[in-house]
Design a binder for this molecule. Structure first.
Ligand code: URP
Ligand code: ZN
Ligand code: ZN
Length: 469
């Protein structure tokens, strides 16, 4: 039997740079031709007339099946990637965590084992480095060779995940030589720890004090310090889950003077406020994440940063837990496992609040939900693109439809939906992963998981300061 062919007919194709109506011929999982292909024979025809066809979303920040604070994130590579698929995301980049004292490459093996044969969408990995004596610096080179080219370092959580500035600087210098790319969690861990101790000593132990002890200035300071370290090391930098107006301002200033700094924010920092942490009955615990949710006046600066190119990507930092898992922190907010779900709703929320509400164009929407992540994490043009030769990872989107977000219908494995009751403009009609329709009419339809590991090449940030904006 020859290679399976699919024709996606008559859709409005939108990429980061283009917007036109055409047919897409897919063969063997890749895009073979784009144009007026009427009459071309194919094994399957998908009618996309009246629909927008854009590259499958790339979520550059997920945590699946991960041990955290004595429990495990409630979505594994099965449920979490099915949730991604129905939400229009065809590639995730998940974080492998280095076990303290171990070589990061052995920890990475665990993530390969957890994902293999289970994932509904394609996946790549970042490696979290929690411990970096000089003897482990060569391991970073080894990771690059294995197709894991981005390393997340923490400026927060002293004695748990934090690296000191010296280790961060050394890791940065190493990536200048080995083609890797540093990602930073920017919060001042020592200042936060002091505030936390004071808070607990006063008896202020409810979830809201998680937010009060992690002020936005603690993030702004670390963001500026991280940018300065990267400038000193002469390397590009990616800042994860940016939540504050001051950090967005720091990004604008850094990029203005030509620093290769890139940043991601998350839907919850654009749409939810710290009031959620004060919800009664300990429900506020469901909104504990770090950095914390901020007051509403941080939202518009982040949206503006995305529109203006000061921030380049939106990831979810997907880290769901059941209410019961949070109860361990009933008398002490520091014990509540951190994180929010989001993998399923990112693309829809960004379309509704970004495009439909006039904050940015459809092209920019594609750039920040897909193409920029592909470029920054060495997956482009295989991913994040609609062009001959690219993987046929496509979303067929009905802009006239609508989607209600609700616990009752979600695929995400947890017992609440932070966006409960929101009705979004637009609906996902179909999602193709390497040419196979894995979602139809908004429902996951694949009979078996077909996602596979994608090796990351060098980040585009290493070769050009203008390629990603
Ligand atoms: O609260 C969060 N962000 N949990 C996930 C871990 C991290 O820092 O990304
Ligand atoms: Zn983080
Ligand atoms: Zn995270």
């Amino acid at each position: 039997m020859g290679r399976v062919t699919t024709l996606v007919e008559g859709g409005r194709i939108v990429t980061a740079t283009d917007d036109y109506v055409a047919d897409i011929l897919i063969e063997g999982g890749r895009i073979r031709a784009i144009g007026d292909l009427a009459g071309t024979e194919a094994d399957e025809i998908i009618d996309a007339s009246g629909h927008v066809v854009f590259p499958g979303g790339i979520d550059p920040h997920t945590h699946l099946d991960t041990p955290v604070a004595g429990t495990v994130i409630s979505d594994d590579f099965d449920t979490g990637t099915r949730a991604a698929a129905v939400g229009g995301t065809t590639t995730i980049i998940d974080f492998a965590i280095q076990e303290k004292g171990a070589d990061p490459r052995s920890s990475l093996m665990r993530w390969h084992e957890m994902a293999e044969g289970k994932a509904a969408v394609d996946y790549a990995f970042h490696q979290i480095i929690t411990h970096l004596p000089d003897s482990l610096l060569p391991s970073l080179d080894g990771l690059v060779t294995e197709g894991v080219t981005s390393f997340k370092l923490f400026m927060a959580y002293p004695n748990v995940w934090m690296l000191d500035d010296g280790a961060i600087f050394k890791a940065m210098r190493r990536t200048a030589e080995n083609g890797g790319f540093i990602m930073l969690h920017c919060e001042n861990g020592y200042a936060i720890d002091a505030l936390v101790k004071e808070s607990l000593a006063r008896g202020d132990s409810d979830p809201i004090f998680h937010a009060r002890t992690r002020p936005s200035l603690a993030e702004d300071e670390a963001t500026r310090r991280g940018i300065a370290l990267a400038e000193m090391a002469g390397v590009p930098l990616y800042i994860v889950h940016m939540s504050s107006a001051g950090s967005a301002r720091a990004m604008a200033e850094a990029r203005e003077r030509g620093v290769r700094a890139y940043a991601e924010t998350c839907p919850h920092y654009l749409l939810l406020t710290d009031d959620r942490l004060a919800e009664p009955g300990f429900r506020g615990a469901q909104y504990v994440c770090s950095p914390p949710l901020r007051p509403a006046d941080h939202h518009e600066p982040l949206w503006n940063g995305l529109a203006a190119g000061d921030l380049q990507a939106v990831g979810t930092d997907h880290a769901p837990f059941f209410f019961e898992q949070r109860l361990v922190g009933k008398d002490d907010f520091t014990k509540i496992p951190n994180g929010l779900p989001g993998i399923e709703w990112r693309v829809g929320l960004l379309y509704h609040y970004g495009v439909a509400q006039g904050r940015f164009s459809l092209n920019r929407f594609v750039e920040i939900t897909s193409t920029n992540a592909a470029k920054l994490f060495g997956l482009h043009p295989r991913k994040g693109e609609i062009a001959p030769g690219s993987d046929a990872d496509l979303v067929v989107f009905d802009p006239a439809g609508s989607t209600e977000l609700s616990l009752a219908t979600q695929v995400t494995n947890c017992d609440y939906n932070p966006y409960e009751g929101m009705v979004l403009q637009g609906a996902i009609s179909a999602v193709l992963l390497r040419g196979r329709a894995i979602v139809r009419d908004g429902r996951y339809v694949a009979s078996r998981p077909v996602g596979s590991f994608v090796r990351s090449a060098e980040s585009a940030a290493l070769s050009s300061s203008t390629l990603v904006s």
